[in-house]
Design a protein around this ligand. Structure first.
Ligand code: ZN
Length: 287
């Protein structure tokens, strides 16, 4: 999994990194404009350090922007592209001048981004919905915003019915409504190390989004709240389906491992999509 946004990055992620970012930029620019050949070792030696600083500090600042700034709709695509570059870039390029031609503008966008207006709690960009604090990073408006809000509310309602005992304890925290900042083809994902949740709009019905969000909350429950004996029993049930020639997993993805199986079964149960045989075993183990 790619490293993701930090949960609840703050103004400090911007303010404490911008000076070093600016300094590295000021060091790098004259070097790029100089006539030292890109292939010369001394050039690489001089440019690597400010380049690494730009990427490291830029990544932290971009996280700060995502959490605290309103991203203007005309800039959303450019910012997503810059963010993706910062997430994916690891090692210094062989030719920094060539790299800069493609990516310099993306780094420079950060100078502008830190001046974008701040989100205020209660507006369309940052609001509380049931147990969740929702960051509308994508800048959804009107119909699509209502659609996403309804989806999150729907999930909060289904989750509060506790598809497994105490599941409502997993309903909390920051939910980021994103475009393609990270994983491109999934409706939701959960970052366990940062305990944050991401949601994308992928369908017109909302079914896939709601399922995916419940599935991801299932990961949080499984990793933070599920009791060991139940997990052990669940592991045995998973293995027994794996060995069996006639039993099937509730979904194709559920066959991945016991945890994914749990998350799929939980989401399907909450949505009323789990078949009777699976439901009986699920409830037997988890209640
Ligand atoms: Zn999963």
């Amino acid at each position: 999994m790619l490293p993701l946004l930090k949960e609840a990055a703050t103004e400090k992620d911007i303010s404490s990194n911008i000076a070093a970012f600016q300094e590295a930029y000021d060091q790098l620019m004259p070097l790029l404009a100089s006539d030292i050949p890109s292939t010369e070792f001394s050039f690489q030696l001089l440019t690597n350090r400010p380049w690494v600083t730009l990427i490291d500090k830029g990544y932290l600042m971009a996280n700060g922007v995502v959490s605290t700034r309103i991203i203007p709709s005309g800039k959303a695509r450019a910012f997503e592209s810059a963010f993706q570059m910062l997430v994916r870039t690891r090692n210094p390029p062989k030719d920094i001048r060539k790299w800069w031609k493609t990516n310099g503008k993306k780094l420079e966008l950060l100078f502008e981004a830190v001046k974008w207006p701040q989100k205020e709690l209660g507006g369309d960009d940052l609001f509380v919905l049931g147990p969740f604090k929702v960051h509308n990073v994508k800048g959804f408006r009107d119909g699509w915003l209502d659609f996403m809000k309804k989806g999150v509310e729907f999930v909060a309602k289904l989750g509060a019915r506790n598809p497994v005992p105490g599941f409502s304890r997993a309903l909390y925290g920051d939910v980021f409504l994103v475009g393609q900042l990270t994983q491109a083809h999934v409706a939701a994902w959960y970052n366990p190390s940062e305990d944050s949740l991401y949601l994308r709009q992928v369908s017109r019905t909302g079914h896939d989004e709601a399922h995916a969000m419940l599935h991801e909350l299932g990961h949080r429950y499984y990793q933070k709240f599920a009791k060991k004996p139940a997990k052990k029993l669940w592991g045995k049930w998973h293995a027994s389906i794996r060995r069996s020639s006639d039993k099937k997993f509730p979904s194709h993805y559920a066959s991945t491992n016991a945890e994914e199986h749990f998350c799929e079964a939980l989401a399907m149960k909450a949505m009323g999509d789990l078949s009777r045989e699976h439901l009986e075993n699920f409830d037997h183990i988890w209640s």
